[in-house]
Design a binder for this molecule. Structure first.
Ligand code: 8YV
Length: 315
């Protein structure tokens, strides 16, 4: 019988599942199932294909004493305790770049949808209100708005570049100023919010950005502002956002990510000025296939004794 060298945790497409199975991977539905695997099976595991947002810490790593690589399906690896992995000599990899276009497309689409009022407009057609009640209140012009991008990494840059043809004035906050085609840097998120009409959140998740979009930032965005988040739910003070949306201190929000997702605070979900999406930033056939392929290339490389293709630590 072939020894299980790879475990594949999470829900994969049929194509990815078949490719992982072809590498000899054994599928596990979730991280919780790890502890119930027989010890002799766990001891032989060298590679972990991980697709999920549940915290993967040192305790789980210790269940796999021979583990060499955790290949994350996703660019964001905030669920993985990278420090614990490094301490155990485990390489952690992610899937950067291949999803930049999709996530940036979605962010811009969400901003346009909120400014032009797609959701109430679609509802008026579907419900018959268009013919029964007539035209809707006017929406807001999208082109020419001042947009703040919070985090000018690879995805943030793609978002900003897409907004230029919409004649938007681009402002950004990043840990340090970047070389840009004339985009305006602000040294803190409140100053960024004060300078713009709308804000798109594109920073990494994790402790360093926890609550970065605070009540103060939301207040500074103002009553005409729209807040878009395609990063991680943890970046926004969700309670403050709910209050601001309820009280009309911000015009709208469009969120692809939530704290505690897939469970969404019901107070948030029922707000009419929120456009909620179920974390679909990278969810296209093309991009998910590219992410899966990169995850497998990382697994293969490390298990063959080569350098990982896209490592996030130096283990
Ligand atoms: C998820 C994401 O990986 O890349 C990321 O950081 O958040 C997404 O693309 C995807 O939902 C699969 O879990």
């Amino acid at each position: 019988m072939r020894m299980t060298r790879i475990l594949a945790i999470g829900s994969y497409t049929d194509t990815d599942s078949a490719a992982l199975a072809g590498m000899g991977a054994q599928a596990l539905p979730s991280l919780d199932a790890l502890a119930s695997l027989p010890q002799d099976l766990r001891s032989g595991v060298e590679g972990l294909a991980y697709k999920g947002h549940a915290a993967l810490g040192g305790d789980s790593m210790d269940l796999l004493p021979g583990l060499k690589v955790i290949a994350n399906f996703g660019v964001g690896y905030d669920a993985i305790d990278v420090e614990a992995a490094t301490a155990r000599g485990i390489v952690v990899t992610n899937t950067p770049d291949v999803l930049n276009d999709d996530v940036a497309d979605l962010a811009v689409g969400m901003l346009i949808a909120q400014n032009r009022g797609f959701e109430p407009a679609m509802a008026a057609v579907r419900s018959g209100d268009w013919s029964a009640k007539g035209d809707l209140p006017l929406a807001r012009k999208m082109s020419g708005r001042r947009v703040g991008v919070l985090g000018l990494g690879r995805i943030g840059q793609e978002i900003a570049a897409r907004l230029v043809p919409f004649k938007c004035e681009i402002h950004y906050w990043s840990r340090s100023p970047k070389t840009t085609p004339g985009w305006t840097f602000h040294d803190n998120p409140v100053a960024l919010a004060q300078a713009v009409d709308d804000m798109i959140v594109a920073v990494v998740g994790g402790p360093e950005t926890e609550g970065l979009v605070s009540a103060q930032v939301i207040e500074a965005l103002g009553t005409d502002g729209v807040l878009v988040n395609i990063a991680r739910g943890s970046v926004i003070d969700e309670a403050a956002l709910i209050e601001a949306l309820e009280e009309g201190r911000i015009r709208g929000a469009a969120l692809d990510v939530f704290r505690g997702e897939p469970h969404v605070d019901p107070r948030l979900a029922r707000l009419p000025n929120l456009l909620p999406l179920p974390h679909i930033g990278s969810a296209t056939v093309e991009t998910r296939a590219a992410m899966g392929a990169l995850q497998r290339r990382n697994l293969q490389a490390v298990l063959a004794g080569d350098a990982a293709v896209t490592p996030v630590n130096a283990a």
